[in-house]
Structure formats: structure tokens, C-alpha cells
Design a protein around this ligand. Sequence first.
Ligand code: EPZ
Length: 418
Amino acid sequence: MEKYVINGGNKLYGSVKVQSAKNSVLPILAATVLADGPVEILNVPQISDVKNMVKILACLGCKTVYDGDNIIIDSTSADCYEIPSALARELRSSVFLLGAVISRFHSAKIAYPGGCDIGLRPVDLHLTGLKRLGVQISEKSGYIICKCDRLRGNEIMLDCPSVGATENIMLAAVKAEGTTVIKNAAREPEIEDLQNFLNKTGAKITGAGSGTIRIDGVKKLCGCEYQPIPDRIEAGTFLIGAAMCGGEITVDGAYPENISSLIHKLTENGCKININNDKIVLENHRTLASVKSIETRPYPGFPTDLQAQYTALCCVCSGHSIITENLFETRFKYVPELRKMGADATVIDRNAFVRGVERLKGATVVACDLRGGAALVLAALAADGSSEVLDISHIDRGYGAFEYKLRMLGADIVRVTV
Ligand code: EPZ
């Protein structure tokens, strides 16, 4: 087990380069199963979700080369359609493989996926969509077993704009016979990134980013080299950290338009933000004003993946805030840990009621999921005194070189093996 030891109170100064988006790289890795040739994905973050996804692809018979920056996947020799359960349970994005493996082998077997414990996280929309494309699905002793003679295009209306279901259906439809139209599709930038990747391999997909995606089935996809979009959630995490600690940082290589909802909120809090192409400069040297109400929504609304980090910021603003989590049932598990640091925050159902305090104080806290863990780190950096953040394997799932990047900005943080 590893922990962070943090001495809070330092202001943050300097520039930080954003990694390729975790939630783009993972579905793109799943998509490599469909390509008849090597795919190279550039500037991939060194995070455990990526490492586990690469291990799964190797188990399917794909040739994988991961040099820590770029990944080369050659699925030409892939010959297995059963995703190992121990790995599948490590991450949510293993479920994206269903669509790709079904398309490649017309069979697939996968254990129910893992991922952050932030709610029920059903996969009913994934399975309904695959059935509409002609897949027969049975569920037995924790496994999802899929078979199909052929995949046929169809119209699919999603009950809610699920990111994973949208991506899974895209992957199953890309080589199906005929045309598939996904209505009420997720609009996240990572969906558009997956479309752009697939089209670079020879797919015919339009509409990603809008609520309706059209996929005209093709016979063959080829290898390619691809640079995924920058990680908007990592960018937002650093911006919130600088807002909480004070100082002036430049987030380099971000797409500001992908986190405009956060930028508007931080401006409302009183931060000075300048945008210059792919550089976002945030400056703050005073106590922030609270924003009264924040509600997480599907993109382009305020991202649920920044809810925890922003709630930590609300804890050190002057005034009251109510944060409402509309996507996941239990995404406030980190709040009791913030209270150990002196936060005045109470959770009732899907709402966190926060009254800002002047300073948080260092404490020993436990990370319980990826973004909640990141929120605890930001709180510890802003707090007076020393903190320990335990069980940081959750954070390692989504942030590459996190403590290194924070130290480059002046934070006093070290990783310790316990
Ligand atoms: C993706 O998860 C992201 N993960 C999550 O990021 C992100 O929080 C989420 O999208 C929402 O933006 C990856 O891309 C690997 P959903 P996913 O399906 O696909 C309900 C992070 O921190 N739903 O869009 O699992 C579900 O219960 C992670 O990086 C169904 O009801 O999210 C939830 O309420 C955490 N049935 C809502 O949709 C289904 O079949 C949104 O879930 C699927 C989802």
C-alpha cells in the first residue's frame, strides 16, 4: 500500500502539461481489437487503468508494446474472446471491449466490470443496444455471454446519454452490415475523439458531439497512429488545486472549450483566468467567494468527474454552496474524510451542503475512489499542517505522475510505501 505525505500551505506556481485523456485512451484501446494492423497511441498516461487494459488486450492475443509514453497494439493475431475476470473487475472500461470483441469474433464473455464505487453503474443500456444490433446475450454467475451470427445496423435510442453505452454501441456497429443511428447519445469530447480515431482507421461515423451519431458499417479497419485529446479532468483538477492553494499556474496542452463549465464557475469564485490557445492561466491570491449552487450534468454540463475536487474548493470559500450529484448515486464518500480536515460539509441524498471555513487543517484521510482521492490531495495541499492520504492506488488509476507534477508547481508532497 502507498500513501501521500503532504505539508500544506504552499502556493502553486509554474506550468503543468496535461496527459492524454484517460477516458479517450481506454475506449480507443478497446477499439484496436477491430483494426487489421498495428495502432500506435501517443503520449499515453502512465496510469493503472491503461496498464490493466493493455494486459487484457494481451490476454486476447494482441501484440502490445508499451514504452511508458506511446502504446503499439497489433490485434492481427488476436484469437480469444474471453476477457479475464480478475482484470475485468479492475476497471469500468473493460466493458467497452464487449462491442469490439463481439464485432471481431461474434462471441464475447466478460465478468461484470469494476471501476470506482460511485453508484450502481448498471450496463443495461450497453446490453440493450447490443441486442438491437443482433447480439444474443445471457448472464450467468457474474458473466455476460454474447453471441451473434452477424451484426446488423439499427436505430438505438438511449434512455440516458451514457458515455460507455454510446462507445460500446459505436464499437459494435462500426463493422456491422448497414447503418446504425444512436439517438440521445453522450456528447462528451471523448466520444468525438473515439469517432475521430475510428474514422482514421477507415470507419464512417458522423455526429459525435451531437446527440445523434450515425455509423455506416464498413468491412475493414486499418492500423494508424493517433494522438488522443488532452485530459480535461486532469486539467480541471490542477486548476481547482491552484485556486484553492493560491498562486498562478499555466495548464498547458488543454482544450479550454472542453472545461468551459468549470472555467465559468472558477471565474465566479473570483479566480483570474486567461486563455491563450491551448494554455489556461489561473491566478488567485485571495479567499474565494462561494458559488451558491453547482449541479453535475452530462456534457456540456458541469462534469461529475470534477464534482469532488470542486466540493473541496467550496470548503475553503467564504459562504455557502450546495453541490448536487445528478449522475451517480454515491459519489460523496470522500466528504467524511474532508470533515476530518475541518470542513463544514454535510451530505443528504445527492446533495452536499458546504459552509466554507477559513483554513482546513492537516489530517490522515483515506482515498475511496479516483476523483474523491484527488479531492483529498487538493484539500491537503491547501490545508495548514501535515496530512497523509492513504490508499492512493485509487488515484493512480487516473493521474499519471501526479505527485511529480504537483511538486513541479511547488507542492510539498511525497509518495511513501507503508
Ligand atoms: C464514464 O463512465 C467515465 N468512465 C466516468 O469517468 C464518467 O464519470 C462517466 O462516463 C460520466 O461522464 C470512462 O469513460 C472510463 P455513464 P460510464 O454510462 O460510461 C447510468 C472517471 O472518474 N447508466 O455515462 O460508466 C449510470 O448509472 C470515471 O474518470 C445506466 O443507467 O458512465 C449513470 O447514472 C468515473 N445504464 C449514468 O448512466 C447503463 O447501462 C452515466 O453513466 C449505463 C449507465
